[in-house]
Write a protein of this length. Structure first.
Length: 221
């Protein structure tokens, strides 16, 4: 049983069934009129990380995932186990950068690339347009008297995608050219985070729901 399940210790109860493999989604389909949150994965080869990211995306309400070349099969047995079935609940598309850019343009998406080093790329001409868009959405530009709740909603109201790369290779040159570098502030005691951990933090941060978490903390018992 352990050999069949590819596990050292199985639960003892398993089922075998023949099912149709899900088809990859077409995010450029005219029937998809709105797409606010898109997770993009590039050269992510670890099925455990990929499955975990899909599971997190479903849990936090992200609407779809786009797999760029170099990613492992999302229906790999390890990816399915890590995702707890998320691959069957989230539209998953795959393609190249040209196809992704068409999707981003159609839905007017801002693209952010998760990078441990924000570097000087953010100041380059390649990112001037992205910077202007980001600055236009800063809390300081919201109407006077805006509450934390208003700022939280503003954070979650703009269409966007986040590109995550492999831990070993990071983002490609193409990804860096088409995205605004984004780094998670850390203390400096650790160099980086696991890609699934970083992805979870970023997806939560851009959900516009952080106030709901705060309300749980301040709520009297």
């Amino acid at each position: 049983m352990n050999k069949i399940c590819a596990l050292q210790n199985s639960d003892g109860v398993q089922a075998v069934a023949e099912v149709d493999m899900p088809k990859f989604a077409d995010l450029s389909d005219a029937n998809i009129t709105s797409l606010q949150r898109l997770l993009v994965l590039e050269r992510l080869q670890d099925p455990g990380n990929l499955g975990t990211l899909l599971r997190t995306a479903v849990a936090l309400g992200w609407e779809a995932c786009f797999l760029l070349p170099g990613c492992c099969d999302p229906f790999n047995d390890k990816a399915l186990k890590a995702g707890r079935g998320a691959a069957f609940k989230l539209p998953i598309a795959k393609g190249n950068w040209e196809e992704l850019l068409c999707v981003m343009h159609r839905h007017n998406m801002q693209c952010y690339g998760a990078s441990p080093e924000k570097s000087d790329r953010a100041a380059s001409a390649q990112h001037s347009e992205a910077e202007n868009a980001l600055l236009a959405r800063q809390p300081s530009d919201l109407p006077q008297g805006s509450t934390e709740e208003t700022q939280d909603k503003a954070m979650g109201s703009n269409a966007m995608c986040i590109v995550l790369g492999s831990e070993g290779q990071g983002l490609s040159k193409t990804a860096l050219e088409h995205s605004m570098p984004l780094a998670i502030p850390m203390t400096g005691r650790m160099e980086s985070l696991n890609v699934s951990q970083a992805g979870a933090i970023l997806m939560f941060a851009f959900c516009g729901n952080s106030l709901k978490l705060y309300e749980q903390v301040k709520r009297p018992r």
